[in-house]
Ligand binder design. Structure first.
Ligand SMILES: *Cc1c(COP(=O)(O)O)cnc(C)c1O
Length: 387
């Protein structure tokens, strides 16, 4: 007797999604372990701001925690509150610091504000005066001019004997602005400045390097490193091979069109076909973070000098033709055998076969922006290490 079920199986959303994203959590965990190893004597934190660089805080945070990460950095307090669920006993640092009204979020969820301005420091001191003794971290500016106490003020604070005893930062950090360019002499200037800060705050843990800084050498490691983009398979040092790819973005081909030589493609008719062509009309556009600057032509603001991005299908790199539109992008698949590319197939936008950094460069941007721009339409699939 055969056992049969007369209901049709529900289609797996992933198999029919217009755009889909596969996140390899095993690769993410491997990349973190790799950064731990490269951090030498320092511990490695995990930076998971902006929804883990667009790849999903819940799944990525959990995978990093399970891999052993116990220090995390987020940008804003709400990210810390979310992460606390998945990283119960980790230290969670909030890089943008604390505002009046956020005290209870920080205290209830045991989050560590990174004090990053004179105003925040004054506010923090006023909280301590009320009798709190919650831990904080200090960000000291060594040349970025973004966040951080001014260098001289930080040195003065370190030497200030009148500061309350309950003011006891658990970490002093700074951030390199040119870590991605190892030849820049400005890295050494920031290192020298930070060494002075580190000496002034004797006995307190210190942290200087994000992903790129880790590659600058052991003197840049201090007590704690803060890798972000490298964990997610992005390029941290310009031109250097990234670690394992973590994200694969794909979009579905809606139709294959035959188009005559001399006809034009997409808005503005900025691309005229020089030959009879087969075009794949693909279900992804700038609303999905597939940036308009990736267009094959017709983007006057792009300065880079490249002619647009490529997708990947069945061993072939296929160029974008004309402008990327909100929901649709057109690729030239004339050189791909007809049987290898059909309506319903998926084109890889970036991933193991189409490097994220290369796609980003074609748009005149960086992998960070591509990942954090992924829109809401992606159907996501997470691959767990044991699968
Ligand atoms: C974003 C950020 C990081 C992580 O940087 P990556 O280049 O992604 O490794 C580390 N520290 C600070 C202060 C940051 O803002």
């Amino acid at each position: 007797m055969t056992d049969f079920d007369d209901t049709l199986p529900a289609p797996d959303e992933f198999d029919i999604a217009p755009v889909r994203l596969t996140v390899d959590l095993g690769a993410l965990a491997d990349n973190w372990r790799d950064m731990v190893r490269r951090s030498g004597k320092a511990r490695a934190a995990a930076v998971v701001k902006a929804d883990a660089y667009g790849l999903g805080l819940e799944d990525c945070g959990t995978a990093l925690y399970e891999a052993g990460a116990r220090d995390f950095f987020v940008a804003v307090v709400q990210e810390g509150v979310t992460l606390r669920t998945y990283a119960p006993d980790a230290r969670i640092f909030v890089l943008s610091g604390i505002w009046p009204g956020q005290e209870s979020l920080f205290f209830e969820h045991d989050l560590v504000p990174v004090i990053a301005s004179e105003e925040q420091l004054a506010f923090w001191m006023s909280l301590l005066a009320e009798g709190g003794d919650h831990p904080c971290a200090l960000h000291v500016d060594t040349g970025f001019n973004r966040l951080g106490l001014p260098f001289a003020d930080a040195l003065a604070l370190a030497k200030d004997v009148s500061r309350p005893a309950s003011f006891s930062p658990v970490l002093v950090l700074s951030h390199l602005h040119s870590g991605d360019t190892p030849s820049s002499p400005l890295n050494k200037a920031q290192l020298d400045a930070f060494q002075e800060v580190s000496a002034a705050f004797d006995g307190i843990e210190t942290s200087l390097s994000a992903s790129a800084g880790i590659f600058l050498g052991p003197e840049y490691h201090f007590d704690l490193t803060r890798p972000g983009i490298a964990l997610y398979g992005g390029e941290s040092v310009n031109g250097m091979q990234p670690l394992r790819p973590v994200a694969k973005a794909e979009a579905r081909i809606l139709q294959i069109r035959e188009a005559a030589a001399g006809s034009t493609v997409s808005y503005g008719a900025t691309h005229q076909l020089s030959r009879r062509s087969r075009l794949a009309v693909v279900s992804v556009g700038y609303a999905d973070g597939y940036l308009r600057a990736l267009s094959g032509s017709g983007v006057p603001l792009r300065a880079g000098g490249t002619s647009g991005a490529y997708g990947y299908i069945d061993g072939h790199r296929v160029p974008i033709i004309g402008r990327v539109t909100m929901d649709l992008t057109i690729f030239d698949v004339t050189d791909v055998p007809e049987r290898a590319v059909r309506a319903g197939d998926y084109i890889q936008l970036f991933g193991p076969d189409m490097p994220l950094a290369e796609v980003a460069r074609a748009a005149g941007t960086i992998g960070y922006e591509m990942l954090t721009s992924l829109g809401l339409r992606y159907e996501r699939r997470y691959i767990y290490p044991e699968e």
